[in-house]
Design a protein around this ligand. Structure first.
Ligand SMILES: Cc1cc2nc3c(=O)[nH]c(=O)nc-3n(C[C@H](O)[C@H](O)[C@H](O)COP(=O)(O)OP(=O)(O)OC[C@H]3O[C@@H](n4cnc5c(N)ncnc54)[C@H](O)[C@@H]3O)c2cc1C
Length: 395
């Protein structure tokens, strides 16, 4: 087998990258460890920045998102019983975010990719090993249908998430990994109940953080901060609903509609960045190269800028014979990544309970007071939440 771009991973990064390349006539093969249903069922991101929305349009997969996505012009922040709204539209000159679930986005991408003549997908591709990317002919060795296979390509895009094979294939002395593990996780519950409020609510409560998010007008996604040793089995639905209502101001808690969980899971929180993101002819994209705690809703939106930069660089290589953008990919992508890593860490630090020391909460309250009383403070939150711009000089 042979192709231009060998893509490891058929999540949002791999699928969207393949589409952007295909529309410029560049062929690719995606090797995905699971089947389509498994990838589509993963309940993850739900908030798209304008950059990701624009990329979906560019990849010609945005029609359903335009119809069904919910534009949001602000978020609500609460501290104890205090309620404040951060108005993105007013603070950032009309910018907004879009509520559209990763499950839906992935479905739209698969619908397009699987009928695209420039893209092949091998599902249930196991034991993927990238070879030859540092100084020879890149090859992806893998096993499919019990048979060993090899895919020769010009470049490899590692879009295989945090636990994937691409970053693991890089010699240890060529990569630096920066990591912070947080001392808590998020217990998430998905339910077919109307959201408690028309915008997201981020709650800092003395019992711990809570988030009221949504996927549509009829489907809610709620989270509570839990200890690292907690198990989903310890959280029957009633306990979850009691806990989240205790962490919200009365005016929201009283009107929360509860119902059976469709899905419940615990996600650990981590900040992680690998540097660089290029190793010869292998490029890391999305979660393969970086992870942020979900507080700022940045994970998928960071994958978007990686996809944008790498697709632009590869298209310039094939259409204009330029390799300068490939050379700048890592450095350019990392600037935006570190900005989002900083915001996600900071937003986590001001909204979660880290320890039992009373001084921590007093300092958080002072910061909340300052931020909410200052246009500069509110603008900092709004600008970062709607997403920092892609580097316009890249191209
Ligand atoms: C539990 C959880 C909750 C999250 N919540 C949010 C949120 O609320 N907001 C937000 O913005 N972001 C959130 N994220 C992050 C967001 O989902 C990711 O940033 C996004 O999925 C990144 O897409 P990706 O394609 O880079 O990686 P992934 O979605 O991880 O896709 C990687 C793909 O590669 C495949 N793969 C892995 N290893 C191999 C291999 N060896 N061979 C072949 N294929 C392989 C996987 O099966 C998968 O399909 C969350 C993430 C998790 C894990």
């Amino acid at each position: 087998m042979q192709t231009r771009i060998g893509i490891i991973g058929g999540g949002p990064s791999g699928l969207c990258l393949a589409r952007l390349l295909s529309l410029a006539g560049i062929k690719s093969v995606i090797l995905e460890r699971h089947d389509r249903a498994h990838v589509e069922a993963r309940i993850r991101a739900g908030i798209l920045e304008q950059g990701m929305v624009d990329l979906m349009r560019k990849a010609q997969v945005g029609a359903r998102m335009e119809r069904e996505g919910l534009p949001h012009d602000g978020i609500v922040l609460t501290f104890g019983d205090r309620v404040e709204r951060v108005d993105f539209a007013a603070l950032t000159g009309g910018q907004r975010v879009m509520v559209y679930g990763q499950t839906e986005l992935t479905r739209d991408l698969y619908d397009a990719v699987l009928s695209d003549a420039n893209i092949s997908v091998v599902f249930q591709a196991h034991d993927v090993h990238p070879r030859g990317f540092l100084d020879g002919q890149p090859v992806l060795e893998f096993v499919a249908d019990g048979q060993p296979r090899a895919l020769a390509c010009d470049f490899i895009a590692g879009c295989d998430g945090y636990h994937g094979a691409s970053r693991a294939a890089v010699p240890r002395d060529m990569i630096t990994e920066y990591e912070r593990i947080y001392p808590f996780g998020w217990l998430g519950l998905l339910a077919d109940t109307p959201p408690v409020h028309e915008e997201l609510i981020y709650s800092n409560h003395e019992r711990g953080f809570a988030l009221c998010s949504m996927r549509s007008h009829t489907r809610s996604r709620y989270y509570v901060q839990v200890g690292l040793t907690e198990k989903v089995e310890d959280w029957p639905d009633d306990r979850f609903w009691d806990e989240i209502r205790r962490r919200l101001p009365g005016r929201f808690a009283d009107k929360m509609v509860i119902g059976p969980a469709i899905e419940k899971s615990i996600a650990p929180l981590r900040s992680f960045v690998a540097e660089p993101l290029r190793f010869g002819k292998l490029f890391l994209v999305g979660d393969a190269g970086h992870i942020v705690p979900p507080t700022g809703a940045k994970g998928l939106n960071l994958a978007a800028s990686d996809m944008y930069y790498l697709s632009t660089a590869l298209i310039a290589f094939y259409q204009q014979g330029r390799s300068d953008l490939l050379d700048r990919y890592s450095q350019t992508a990392l600037r935006r990544i570190w900005a989002a890593v900083r915001f996600s860490w900071w937003f986590t630090s001001i909204s979660h309970r880290f320890n039992d020391e009373p001084i921590e909460r007093k300092i958080q309250l002072a910061e909340f007071d300052y931020l909410m009383g200052s246009t500069a403070g509110r603008t900092t939150i709004a600008e970062n939440y709607v997403g920092l711009p892609f580097d316009a000089s890249f191209g």
